[in-house]
Design a protein around this ligand. Sequence first.
Ligand code: TXA
Ligand code: MG
Length: 310
Amino acid sequence: MKNNLSNIKKAVKCLNKNHCIAIPTETVYGLAANAYSSIATDRIFRLKKRPKKNPLIVHYLNLKLLKKDCEINDIFLKLYKKYSPGPISYVLKLKKTSLISKNVTNKRNTIAVRFPSHSLTRNLLKRLNYPLAAPSANISTKISPVSKKDVKDEFGKKVRIILDGGQSKIGVESTIINLVGKPQVLRLGGIPQEQIKKYLNAKIKYNEKSKIKSPGQDKIHYSPHIRLRLNIKNANNNEAFILIKKRKKISKNYFYLSKNNNLQEAAKNLYKTLRFIKKKNFKSIAVEKIPSKGFGEVINDRLKRASNFR
Ligand code: TXA
Ligand code: MG
């Protein structure tokens, strides 16, 4: 990997001038900017064509820095000890004294925060005196990027610095859990909700109909902007067919998410495969039925939203 110190130093300079850069994380690549600056965060919304009402996730190096901006509680500390740094975001109360730009929270009194584990991004955070607001580095409603090349596909020359951290290990966004009031999962993601439920021994299940929502959760999303059909037994000949289980006969329109029927590996390969199919110019995608357990649940969530594209 070509990420020597000089690249990180260039990234720091660029961020200090209120520009956006792309950063690798274990979940997906992020489009990052100084979370304390309205100029910098405004640029994120414009580049992504993201509606202002959809708040951003803020990335911190450690707990000490987070405490400057957020109120914490016991459940947060319990989860933090087990899962952070890693693919989980927490919604917490914003402190009145916080320096976070109003753009980030859309003037809410809550904020979504996380501690990425990718070493390159942690190295970058160590050199900054502000946290990074970073949504996924894709144009709004499209597929999240999982490599440097994917980010280039999305933004071309508009994003000048993309730190190369290889392919994202998890490959889907972080799980978001609301910790203001009763804990509840607001977005399925990189840590299966069953695991969190067992660990906390509490009802935290994601519920599409619940009153508390992540504003970014209810539209078309994660979409290659191609028609996508779910739970299909046999695809049409000219259609890309996404599969988990091996079949005896293999056609050239078949795309496997995993070599050995492993749902975590399938989640890691999901966005990469959708992007590849789009590049191959398929006009329609069929997906076989995927079991809704563990990482299968997050795969189905993303595919269902993608299938809302008509
Ligand atoms: O894995 C990830 O979380 C990636 C990487 C780059 O860290 N980031 C990411 O950001 O997925 P984004 O902006 O694509 O998704 C952020 C989600 C949105 O659905 C947004 O509505 C929700 O977080 N969110 C942000 N602040 C919130 C808040 N105060 N309350 C509830 N949901 C919030
Ligand atoms: Mg996103």
